[in-house]
Design a protein around this ligand. Structure first.
Ligand code: NAD
Length: 243
């Protein structure tokens, strides 16, 4: 693994066109559970499976139950902070090396860490809108409301997160495809690559430097040039290119 970290360090040192593609595993070191790890949300017991609760159909039919789960499990606690992975990626962007962070996460931690070009494929808990009049709302409105949050016009205020059965935003898909297909280094980390169509976007990578950093092997292992089985925070945090 040390050798692979050394190879990744060289790639990072020699590139000004790195793209990072990540998922829930990037935020576990900030204390937010992912879906598929042993202590992830999919291993916990609920009345309905998380895929069901987080589907568009369920949202329409059981908004009370949706918002109960959403507030309890998807909105990060106020004390949650970016970790070493978020911070290192933001530094790499400031150093002119990293062009884009493409994330499946909805927690907003990449932006908190200072990353500017963040493509949030599944939206963000920080933004919401009224389904009737379109008025925008922030996170506070959802957290402070009781039950189903309602706009002054009476419409339901829906979080701007992509639920199962809903399409991704087309401009986000295009931005992600452009960044990935132009990149010369692609780092994939903290994702099981199980959620489509987001995971399929990595197929647009044309380069020969694909690194995977993940605790459990994701499906991209076959295509990866290097695989680092370990913590993304520790790995990225340990890679400095000026020393
Ligand atoms: P996932 O739960 O399917 O997979 C997470 C992967 O990250 C696993 O393979 C796990 O082994 C790995 N991992 C966990 N902690 C790690 C660490 N510290 N270092 C390296 N690897 C680590 O998550 P996914 O692939 O992102 O897909 C599930 C969906 O989860 C996404 O659509 C996303 O929207 C949603 N989600 C987001 C958040 C968040 O915003 N933080 C949290 C939970 C789920």
């Amino acid at each position: 693994m040390q050798d692979n970290i050394a190879v990744l360090r060289e790639w990072i040192a020699g590139s000004d066109n790195i793209v990072f593609f990540g998922g829930a595993g990037v935020s576990t070191e900030s204390g937010i559970p992912d879906f598929r790890s042993t202590d992830g949300l999919y291993r916990q017991e609920y009345k309905y499976p998380p895929e069901t609760i987080l589907s568009h159909t369920f949202f329409e039919q059981n908004p009370e139950e949706f918002f109960r789960f959403y507030r309890a499990k998807l909105i990060p606690d106020k004390s949650v902070q970016p970790n070493a992975a978020h911070r290192r990626l933001a530094e790499l962007e400031r150093e002119g090396k990293l062009r884009a962070v493409i994330t499946q996460n909805i927690d907003g931690l990449h932006s908190d860490a200072g990353s500017k070009n963040v493509i949030e494929l599944h939206g963000s808990v920080r933004r919401s809108h009224c389904m009737k009049c379109g008025k925008s709302y922030g996170l506070e409105f959802i957290t402070s409301a009781d039950g189903v949050p309602r706009c002054s016009c009476g419409g339901i205020v829906k979080p701007d997160v992509v639920l199962y059965e809903e399409p991704l935003n087309e401009s986000d898909i295009n931005a992600a495809i452009n960044a990935i297909s132009d990149a010369d280094v692609l780092i994939i980390g903290g994702t099981s690559l199980a959620v489509q169509p987001a995971a399929g976007l990595i197929r647009f990578f044309n380069g020969r430097r694909l690194a995977v950093i993940n605790k459990s092997p994701p499906s991209a292992d076959d295509e990866a040039d290097i695989v680092i089985n370990g913590s993304i925070g520790e790995t990225l945090g340990s890679i400095t290119v000026n020393s």
